[in-house]
Design a protein around this ligand. Structure first.
Ligand SMILES: Nc1nc2c(c(=O)[nH]1)N[C@H]1C(S)=C(S)[C@@H](COP(=O)(O)O)O[C@H]1N2
Ligand SMILES: [Mo]
Length: 333
């Protein structure tokens, strides 16, 4: 999702090669760095290349949740180590392995979320409050990154609509604006433009109110049955399965109901490439690569890259197609 380098679709690194590259890097690192730092032990260097010297997140806690039949899609899941090892979270670096290596010390408890703006009952909720108030469910969703890779993820969360109803949106509320935590001390990408890819921080996202009220729109607090790992956006993030992954803003601290369409981070940096809507669409290509197919990240390893057709609205047309009737999807990408 680098906006500077001119990428073709073939440059988007297959995850099998990504894992291989980590191994090569580790091996090379050992060799090269051993020469540069003759006093350093191989174990220390290997540890450094793996990110083992950085504090790891505490293990996820098991959550209580139901499994509504309609959301238990019968699809092969992306394995847990890939869901939480291959991430985009630019606050922790641009490499897919950076979030897992660098997000471990993100303080996620206590955590508060403020919901305000065009609402009758603005409020600030503690995470414990949120977990008590909203019954959790597991939902198995397809997840499609704009970079043309995809996963199938068992999220645990609750409908965004439940939270929005609680604060009673006024008749002036037309959009919902979301903001990620701003904490440069713990998010190195917010302090250093090189690490953070030159994005504006804090990361912001938005939805039309009717999109936000759609039953598929989920606030996720866990994955694979346990609390959310920091690299996936602990303790609470958005999951909008019919839109490109960048709409799924992580580590949310503020939800504001507003009258006008709010600014969104990737749109601010490259408006011609990342629209406000960002609905998954095989017929509307990214200016630098095709969106017709995607690389599914499954249990396979090297040489087992699975390409599959991209589905309109990521396969959720029945549930969300009506939201966009009469909208030119080429203009409103
Ligand atoms: N705050 C924040 N949220 C973010 C991002 C980010 O860099 N910062 N990356 C987005 C992108 S591009 C994707 S594809 C998804 C990835 O979510 P995952 O790592 O849980 O798969 O998070 C989205 N949410
Ligand atoms: Mo993405």
């Amino acid at each position: 999702m680098s906006h500077k380098k001119v990428l073709t679709e073939a440059d988007v690194t297959p995850e099998s090669i990504f894992y291989d590259r980590r191994k090569v890097l580790q091996a090379l690192g050992l060799g090269a760095a051993s020469l540069a730092f003759p006093g350093t032990s191989q174990a220390d260097l290997l540890s450094w290349f793996k990110g083992n010297d950085r504090p790891q997140a505490p293990a996820g806690k098991p959550l209580d949740f139901t499994k509504p039949a309609m959301y238990q899609a019968n699809l092969p899941l992306t394995p847990e180590d890939k869901v939480s090892g291959y991430n985009n979270f630019y606050e922790f670096g641009l490499d897919k392995a950076d979030p897992a290596a660098n997000a471990g010390q993100l303080p996620t408890s206590p955590w508060k979320v403020t919901i305000d703006g065009e609402v009758g009952k603005p409020m600030t909720l503690d995470m414990d409050d949120i977990l008590k108030r909203f019954p959790l469910e597991q939902r198995i969703y397809r997840m499609r990154c704009v970079e043309a890779w995809s996963m199938v993820v068992p999220w645990v969360g609750f409908p965004l609509s439940a939270l929005l109803k609680l604060v009673e949106p006024t008749s002036d509320a037309r959009y919902v604006a979301f903001t990620t935590l701003y904490d440069p001390e713990h998010m190195p990408g917010q302090k250093d433009r090189f690490i953070g890819g030159g994005l504006n921080y804090p990361y912001v996202e938005g939805l039309r109110l009717d999109e936000a009220m759609n039953p598929l729109a989920l606030l996720s607090v866990g994955v694979y049955g346990k609390t959310m790992p920091p690299q996936n956006g602990a303790p609470i993030r958005l999951t909008i399965p019919w839109k490109y992954g960048f709409k799924g803003i992580k580590s949310i601290v503020h939800i504001r109901l507003v009258k006008e369409q709010p600014p969104t981070t990737w749109n601010q940096i490259a408006a011609d490439e990342y629209g406000f809507y960002a609905n998954v669409n095989p017929h509307v290509d990214h200016p630098r690569w095709s969106q017709a197919t995607e690389r599914f990240i499954g249990s396979g390893g090297l040489l087992d890259v699975q390409r599959q057709p991209t589905l309109l609205y990521n396969g959720y047309e029945k549930e969300v197609g009506h939201l966009y009737h009469g909208l030119d999807l080429r203009k409103n990408y």
